[in-house]
Design a protein around this ligand. Structure first.
Ligand code: C2E
Ligand code: CA
Ligand code: CA
Ligand code: CA
Length: 279
């Protein structure tokens, strides 16, 4: 018993140390990484089943580190939310997306809207709207082209401030989506208080498709509710044909997940679009 305690203790200790080292590396390298363009934006298609077309995409950041390889966002986003760097990284991502949208528009004449993730920190800055409007001017884009995914972390901090921000963004034509809907504590309150355009149903629901009748009932009720509110719904994390068939049967049309495509580099995404729908 004593031995196992020690083993467990040292194991715990080691992983704590490792995590500490990793976090130190992340913080040490972040500024240089941004400067050197080690961060890159991947795009994951959103497919509309009825139209059998790609109708949108989500921008997801990746860190191509010169010695540690590709670092996924789950490892650095929370660090950057704590030290504030996420504000600059997000703005870099939004700028990259606008540059991509402009290039796409010039090349093909049409653009598919791309959604970006908006960290809670932006809701404390007074210049988020100005920054976004500046991007639209610089890249000659319509606000509907850039969708904003917000999650409930900012809402739990300060619901009034967030409601004000969302209203203002929508008055300027931006499309606002509630991210990870159903995964947190205040999804319903947010939906009630924030005039958003749509939700992204968290993939934890999809995972239980076919396994839990209760999850199914709840999902059907969410879909019905969202439709009654005249809002959109994108289902996240669709991986299998069975999930797709079930989701289609309860009236979901817009879906995102590995079944359709993993997040793709800009080049891969442009090629995917051409293959799928000729541009
Ligand atoms: P999210 O916003 O919920 O993004 C969806 C995540 O689900 C992505 O993980 C995506 O790769 C993954 N995913 C997509 N389809 C499937 C599927 O079929 N099955 C499974 N198991 N996963 C799927 P990723 O790219 O690792 O990003 C993780 C999280 O990091 C994101 O979750 C988002 O919260 C955050 N994030 C990513 N990029 C940014 C960014 O530019 N800014 C901010 N603030 N957060 C970001
Ligand atoms: Ca998201
Ligand atoms: Ca999220
Ligand atoms: Ca999500």
């Amino acid at each position: 018993v004593k031995g196992s305690y020690l083993t467990r203790y040292s194991y715990y200790d080691k992983s704590m140390r490792e995590r500490m080292f990793e976090e130190q590396m992340i913080v040490r390298d972040m500024e240089f990484a941004l400067l050197e363009r080690q961060f890159c934006v991947y795009l994951q298609p959103v497919c509309n089943l009825k139209a059998d077309r790609i109708v949108a995409a989500e921008a997801l950041v990746r860190w191509q580190h010169p010695t540690h390889g590709m670092i996924p966002p789950d490892r650095f986003i929370s660090v950057f939310e704590r030290n504030g760097f996420i504000s600059r990284l997000d703005r870099f991502v939004w700028t990259e997306v606008c540059r991509f949208l402009q290039a796409q528009k010039q090349r093909t004449g049409t653009v598919i809207p791309v959604s970006v993730n908006v960290s809670r920190l932006h809701f404390y800055a007074t210049d988020m709207l100005d920054f976004l409007l500046g991007l639209l001017r610089t890249y000659a884009l319509e606000p509907e082209m850039l969708r904003l995914e917000i999650d409930e972390s900012a809402y739990t901090d300060n619901p009034h401030q967030m409601a004000r921000c969302v209203r203002e963004l929508r008055e300027h034509g931006f499309i606002v989506l509630l991210d990870d809907f159903g995964s947190g504590y205040s999804s319903l309150n947010m939906l009630k208080d924030l005039p958003v355009d749509g939700i992204k149903l968290d993939r934890s629901f999809v995972r239980e498709v076919g396994q839990s009748a209760r999850a199914g009932t709840i999902m059907e009720a969410i879909v019905a509710m969202v439709k009654k509110l005249a809002m959109g719904i994108v289902v996240e994390g669709v991986e299998t044909k069975d999930q797709l068939a079930y989701l289609a049967s309860i009236g979901c049309e817009d879906m995102q997940g590995y079944y359709f495509s993993r997040p793709l580099s800009e080049k891969e995404f442009a090629e995917f679009l051409i293959r799928k729908q000729g541009g």
